[in-house]
Write a protein that binds this ligand. Structure first.
Ligand SMILES: Nc1ncnc2c1ncn2[C@@H]1O[C@H](COP(=O)(O)OP(=O)(O)OP(=O)(O)O)[C@@H](O)[C@H]1O
Length: 474
């Protein structure tokens, strides 16, 4: 059952038509306000909007990822506790981003005489004070060139980043535009450039997400300090803007960014930008901005390969000081293929678990500890997939799964694939036989028996087969 609720501000008196959920929300907000104080409440919590209650999980919305992350990191626990105290049926509170939320009432905003005209580009009040501070944003000390693992998919982007860090504003490398899918290392590379440049102490670097850029810009307009903001921006040697796609549809901020961009490049300063797509694919950005973004160096970070994922996992496991068996690393690299952040998260969870319970990491604990995470990657196994994974594992050609070759190096993996097809799919023996080059069902039966026998005799072979089974099965 989903219980719905409308946006409701704590300062409003609850009208007769409010639902019990909304009434509870008023109380939760009042408690929060009295706990954290008016200023903190207005800055961060006022923009939370009540969402639906689905079974025992309540959703609260925030207008941007920046605010959601902040509220999550600072207030989530308190919100959970207050809600659970208020309503016993609520077991969890989920914070989500929802664009286009209703504006907070104007009379609740200190500087309500907003003349920015940026109705779709509203900033939290906190940004007002941020705009007056300088632009030095701490860089994550973990994101350096040393900790970035290089492989085929990212070697070009890495080389470009290195080059810019060594010689900013080189012809042909300004701007540097890094793009690629989620969690593939764009931010890591930007921070690495920044850290490298500031190590020398001679270069001023400003790094911020496009979202933060927008907040600061709007806040500067509101506090009538745009000149100061522009001067600050234009005084840096290197400006890095992360996740530029956020500016899509934010025309005023794009305009400001465009002018800043031109001023900096014309003055021989370096610009580094990241986005999830190439400049030409960022439809929704103004054409002139796309053109300028594409006229320096554009480097794509491709999806990771199995080899790169293994190298990243090995490096991270080594840095943690916890022994993680290579079979576990292989298993993770096979299961989590899209996003390095998730891969890293999985490994960290395993290591933390092993640390906590004082037992080594094994394939069994891995499956248990990451059950929920791996479920999301689950899918039905097909015979084709089994053939592909088995061929990759023993380094044979996929076509040998259905070829007539009988050499042991080919025949054994083929038998394992047949065995796994029997174990993991509901296909009959004749059907499996057909998929393996029209073999007879007795051949499949023989393969199943032979593999079972070998697994009893040879533990290393049994481990290989078991690993493959787990990889395919999840
Ligand atoms: N090649 C790599 N070597 C080591 N760590 C990596 C590599 N690629 C990504 N990571 C790690 O993965 C995590 C996510 O990377 P990062 O935040 O840089 O991704 P992103 O491309 O900026 O993602 P988003 O699109 O979400 O902004 C970070 O912890 C980063 O250190």
């Amino acid at each position: 059952m989903v219980e719905n609720a409308q946006y409701l501000d704590a300062s409003a008196s609850a009208p007769g038509s409010t639902t019990p959920l909304e009434t509870a929300w008023v109380r939760v907000r009042e408690k929060l306000k009295s706990e954290v104080g008016e200023v903190e409440y207005r800055t961060w919590l006022r923009q939370i909007v009540l969402g639906p209650l689905d079974e025992d999980e309540l959703t609260l919305y925030l207008p941007t990822r920046f605010l959601r992350d902040w509220v999550r990191s600072q207030y989530e626990e308190r919100l959970q506790t207050l809600w659970r105290t208020e309503r016993e049926d609520i077991k969890g509170v989920e914070l989500q981003v929802k664009r286009g939320l209703p504006e907070v009432p104007a009379d609740d905003v200190e500087d309500s005489d907003d003349t920015t005209g940026l109705s779709s580009e509203t900033a939290p009040q906190s940004a007002v004070s941020e705009s007056r501070s300088d632009l030095a944003v701490p860089l994550d000390p973990r994101f350096t060139f040393d900790t970035f693992i290089v492989g085929k998919p990212n070697e070009f982007a890495y080389a470009c980043a290195r080059r810019v860090a060594e010689k900013p504003s080189s012809p042909g490398f300004n701007p540097l535009f890094l793009y690629g899918g989620v969690g593939l290392g764009k931010t890591h590379l930007m921070h690495a450039i920044g850290t490298e440049l500031t190590r020398t102490g001679k270069v001023s670097v400003a790094y911020m997400s496009a979202e933060k850029f927008m907040y600061r810009f709007i806040a500067a307009i509101r506090s009538q300090s745009t000149m100061e903001f522009k001067e600050q921006l234009r005084s840096v040697d290197v400006l890095m803007i992360d996740d530029l796609q956020f500016l899509i549809g934010k025309d005023n901020t794009q305009e400001e960014f465009f002018h800043t961009f031109n001023a900096l490049v014309d003055a021989g300063r370096q610009i580094i930008v990241s986005a999830d797509k190439s400049p030409s694919d960022l439809s929704g950005l103004e054409d002139r901005l796309r053109t300028r973004l594409g006229c320096g160096m554009v480097a794509d970070i491709h999806a990771t390969t199995f080899e790169l994922r293994i190298s990243i996992l090995e490096a991270k496991a080594k840095a943690s000081g916890t022994h993680v068996p290579s079979k576990v690393l292989e298993y993770l690299a096979h299961k989590i293929t899209t996003n390095v952040r998730e891969l890293e998260g999985a490994l960290n969870r395993l290591i933390a678990h092993a640390d906590l319970v004082g037992r080594p990491v094994t394939l069994d604990t891995t499956q248990d500890v990451l059950k929920d995470m791996l479920k999301a990657h689950d899918r039905r196994v097909t015979i084709e997939e089994i053939q592909r994974k088995v061929s990759e594992h023993w380094n044979i050609r996929l076509t040998d799964m259905s070829s007539a070759r009988r050499a042991r190096a080919v025949a054994r993996p083929r038998q394992v694939a047949m065995y796994l097809a029997k174990q993991l799919t509901s296909r009959s023996l004749p059907e499996i036989g057909r998929k393996f080059g029209n073999r007879d069902h007795t051949t499949v039966m023989h393969a199943v028996n032979r593999v079972t026998e070998l697994m009893d005799q040879d533990t290393s072979f049994a481990e290989d087969v078991e690993l493959l089974r787990r990889m395919l099965e999840g």
